[in-house]
Design a protein around this ligand. Structure first.
Ligand SMILES: *Cc1c(COP(=O)(O)O)cnc(C)c1O
Length: 227
């Protein structure tokens, strides 16, 4: 996207390409509140952050009708800070984290929606669990006792590459994992959401079955981590 376009133009542009049933998460990590407010004034209400502390600070400063999504790696000792308000946690990687989210949600009398992060890339740097591990959680008795979390879908991050074949293979793999896990319905598990696709690959992701895309740089511009 070109430099001279505003956040609201970028948003409009992307939204025009999204089918109605696809949810847009505006990934605002590293961006200042002023910039997020431009998106808010353009009608955006779902924001994604990857650091709990940063999300907490932005939540405090911004309007309360925003839905905050945690899209990054979740450190167990920080779950308590987001438990009062977080709307969806994308990156649940194991049962221990889920148990902590349940515990903190209970303190606030909430049920927190979560996605299981599935490892779909070959890169070691990418987090996530296998389809088997996800299944093991969903059929366990321990999981059924967690009354303050609800698993509503899966999330995945494709390999960082230009190889479209490889990326679409990984997206198709997540879609098939979703279909396999969908049969495991319980009071706290009802899979509906497939969170996949970022600025560079969201159209491909949607063609592979995504219904939630996480888009940052195409809305807010490139991130500058040195600032
Ligand atoms: C940063 C990030 C995104 C957004 O990436 P862009 O390429 O800027 O759209 C999406 N998902 C996750 C998990 C991220 O950390």
């Amino acid at each position: 996207m070109s430099f001279d376009m505003s956040v609201s133009d970028n948003l409009k542009n992307i939204k025009s390409k999204l089918p109605k049933d696809v949810t847009l998460v505006a990934v605002s990590k590293t961006k200042p509140v002023d910039t997020l407010m431009e998106a808010y004034h353009a009608g955006q209400r779902i924001f994604g952050e990857n650091k709990i502390q940063e999300m907490v600070e932005k939540h405090e400063q911004m309007p309360k009708d925003i839905k905050w999504h945690m899209i990054g790696h979740v450190q167990r000792n920080k779950v308590k800070y987001m438990a009062p308000f977080v709307s969806l946690i994308h990156g649940v990687e194991n049962f221990k984290v889920l148990k902590e989210i349940d515990k903190q949600a209970e303190k606030h009398n909430r049920i927190i929606d979560c996605l299981l992060q599935i490892k779909i890339a070959e890169e070691d740097s990418k987090f996530g669990m296998s389809t088997e591990e996800a299944k093991t959680i969903l059929i366990s008795e321990e999981f059924k006792e967690l009354n303050h979390v609800r698993i509503i879908g899966v999330m995945g991050m494709a390999t960082f590459t230009d190889d479209i074949n490889k990326i679409s293979k990984e997206f198709n793999f997540l879609k098939s994992t979703f279909e396999k896990l969908k049969q495991f319905q319980t009071a706290n598990c009802n899979l509906q959401t497939i969170s996949m696709g970022m600025s560079g690959d969201y159209e491909l992701a949607i063609s592979c079955g995504s219904n939630m895309v996480r888009i940052g740089s195409s809305i807010f511009g490139e991130r500058n981590y040195t600032h």
